[in-house]
Design a protein around this ligand. Structure first.
Ligand code: PLP
Length: 413
């Protein structure tokens, strides 16, 4: 069934606003998505009627808040087919989820000379925590090079596994190139070599059905704010036996079982990794975001995003002197399209788009090593979601032509 985009759009008041006197065209969904009123209203409802801290309170409101958080955890577990809610750890975002593994697993399990395998298309969030761990542990960082079209190949990856590889951390969908990774085969490869797999699902989970058991990954990290949820909430899914064996990440309230002046014992999963008061309202509202996505369904979302991505690619590829990055084949792509206009700096391109009411992202997209490999300072990037429309892409096309005219980018340049 085609998506009822107009119905969806009615849930997002922000999409009705004007920017610089033009209707807003929001194409920065890979950075963060807009929030439907169901999510915003639930947040207001929680603070208006149920607000209390969770767990320790014996009073009614605390019990209600605790139940609502537990219910959200259960929904998120079902959403990614995690075997148990206890395997869902709430963090602040994807970045914190990856840091949690690098600290709590890495410091206990990694020895000098061990290898951490990454790829050359990773977001800084899935790079810098491993650099920090490698420095502390005396471990070695190794890199799978992406293919010329920006995809990852299991065959190429295989060449980088050794007897010392302990973990393979890779993105499921590149935020800079839009390339989709063969997540299952890459996770299987790690298993074959006795290594763990960590999947950066920040750009994948919001757009594709996710089944951690079918994918066979050991860890998965993602952020609520990229999937209609609020900022301030992320998820680390981890295999239960691995989480059990890991040390805590942060110390403080809630993560303990018993505390003496000189030592402590730790709480059960997932609380061992959730020190201090979490973003209670945000977690509950994230549950509503997951309900909202599930009600639309990924089959329809996927079909719609593909239609939009094909149109975006057509628009860009028809223009002379416009470079498009990432896979040629639509099957290898998500809804993220990176481009450059002649040799105009992407920031300048972004300003012309903004003047047309079109919000795109520009810069290195937290992938500086990849930009260095491509020998460019950055890109302009359009990224779509369920509420974007084909007419909006015509506004994008108009802004593109304006940018070319303004900077006099022609084939004769
Ligand atoms: N990984 C990828 C692929 C991303 O695109 C992003 C954010 O854009 C992140 C990680 C970091 O997400 P967050 O800033 O929510 O921690």
């Amino acid at each position: 069934m085609p998506l009822d985009v107009e119905k969806i759009r009615r849930d997002f008041p922000i999409l009705g606003r004007a920017v610089r006197g033009k209707p807003l065209v929001y194409l920065d969904n890979a950075a963060t998505t807009q929030k439907p009123r169901q999510v915003v209203e639930l947040l207001a409802h929680f603070y208006g009627l149920h607000n209390a801290n969770i767990h320790r309170g014996v009073h009614t409101l605390s019990g209600e808040a605790t139940k609502l958080v537990d219910r959200a955890r259960g929904k998120i577990a079902r959403f990614i087919n995690a075997p148990k809610p206890q395997t869902i750890v709430f963090t602040r975002n994807t970045t914190e989820a990856i840091n949690l593994v690098a600290r709590a697993w890495g410091e206990r399990c990694l020895k000098a000379g061990d290898e951490i395998l990454l790829t050359d298309i990773e977001h800084h969030s899935n790079l810098v925590p491993w650099q920090m761990l490698a420095q502390r542990a005396g471990a070695k960082l190794c890199f799978v090079e992406s293919e010329p079209d920006g995809t990852l190949s299991a065959e190429t990856a295989r060449r980088h596994f050794t007897a010392r590889t302990r973990i393979f951390a890779f993105t499921a969908l590149s935020n800079a190139l839009g390339s989709v990774s063969p997540v299952g085969p890459l996770a299987a490869l790690a298993r074959e070599y006795g290594a763990l797999s960590l999947v950066d699902g920040a750009q994948w989970v919001p757009h594709r059905p996710t089944d951690v058991q079918a994918l066979g990954c050991d860890f998965l990290a993602f952020s609520a704010h990229k999937m209609f949820g609020p900022t301030g909430v992320g998820v680390l899914y981890g295999r239960e036996d691995l989480l059990e064996a890991m040390d805590p990440f942060l110390g403080g309230g809630d993560m303990i079982s018993e505390v003496w002046l000189d030592r402590a014992t730790y709480n059960e999963l997932p609380y061992k990794f959730e020190a201090g008061t979490p973003d209670i309202g945000g977690i509950i509202a994230f549950g509503a975001a997951v309900d909202y996505l599930a009600a639309i369904g990924f089959e329809d979302i996927g079909r719609h995003e593909r239609l939009l991505s094909e149109r975006l690619l057509d628009i860009l590829r028809c223009e002379a002197e416009v470079a498009v990055y990432g896979p040629r084949r639509i099957e290898d792509r998500g809804g993220v399209v990176s481009f450059n206009v002649g040799d105009v700096h992407p920031h300048d391109v972004g300003q012309i788009f903004d003047a047309e009411g079109v919000a795109i992202r520009v810069g290195h997209h937290c992938c500086q090593p990849l930009m260095r490999k491509l020998n460019i300072p950055g890109t302009a990037r359009a990224s779509v979601y369920a509420y974007n429309t084909l007419p909006e892409l015509e506004a994008f096309a108009k802004a593109l032509r304006k940018a070319k005219e303004f900077f006099r980018v022609t084939s004769a340049r």
